[in-house]
Design a protein. Structure first.
Length: 254
């Protein structure tokens, strides 16, 4: 999770290749899940990250990509939640994210917690590929958490990029410690572990397989794959073929 981020713009060929690969892997497969829901829902509000089905009082959140103002924008999601909160009974979160801005993530966490407390909504969380860093906060506000059998969860200490004199840097260290304490409370509440136990896991940057996450108490259920080996191989072949075509297109344009 990032507190302050300096983004470096690279226009080289390999950076473009990396951008394509990241986008395909993070969003590609999960987007099919979103499209399936889109076909069956009675849509009253829709965006890249949400589908609100007023008839069934279901608000679907697709946490795909980086939690930030330029990718998965939590402020837009929070606005739609606040706007429609009186007509929502169930919130479904579909997660495939490596994390992002800690404060953007906390903003949506607070919105969800507030609506849950006031309206008594049920929040379900499905981890489809990865829930890492700030994308794991929603474990603490979800009533039911499912994880794909090949998906993973990663927790770690907050980090950031800072500039300033020694006093300013000390202040930022203090901020990081406070953030870590707040995060550990979220995980401790879900798992029943002590905050000290959780903080040790965060310090080590711990990766949990689906089985590990279930045993540790981070999730409630593992979703077994409905694909056979042949289908999985075909999906991967199609994805790689499309990536190579995109790379060739960009290379020719460079």
């Amino acid at each position: 999770m990032v507190i302050q981020c300096i983004q470096f713009q690279h226009k080289g060929r390999y950076q473009k290749m990396n951008d394509i690969f990241s986008q395909k892997m993070i969003k590609g497969v999960s987007e099919k899940h979103r499209q399936a829901i889109q076909k069956t829902a009675n849509i009253n509000a829709e965006g890249e990250s949400i589908i609100f089905d007023k008839k069934n009082q279901t608000f679907n959140i697709f946490m795909y990509g980086t939690i930030s103002r330029w990718d998965f924008d939590t402020t837009d999601v929070s606005k739609q939640l606040r706007k429609n909160q009186n007509d929502i009974s169930t919130i479904n979160i579909y997660t495939n994210s490596g994390g992002g801005s800690v404060y953007d993530a906390w903003g949506l966490y607070t919105t969800l917690s507030d609506i849950k407390q006031k309206q008594g909504v049920t929040i379900n969380n499905t981890i489809e590929g990865i829930a890492a860093s700030a994308a794991t906060f929603y474990i603490g506000v979800s009533d039911s958490i499912s994880i794909g059998e090949s998906a993973e969860i990663m927790i770690h200490e907050a980090w950031g990029i800072f500039m300033g004199n020694k006093n300013e840097l000390k202040e930022n260290i203090s901020r990081l410690e406070k953030i870590d304490n707040n995060i550990s409370k979220v995980y401790a509440k879900k798992t029943g572990k002590t905050e000290q136990e959780i903080q040790e896991k965060m310090k080590q940057e711990t990766w949990f397989s689906a089985d590990d996450a279930l045993k540790y108490g981070l999730v409630d259920k593992i979703i077994e794959s409905q694909y056979n080996d042949e289908q999985v191989q075909q999906e991967m072949d199609n994805m790689v073929t499309q990536m190579l075509q995109d790379i060739d297109t960009l290379t020719m344009a460079t």
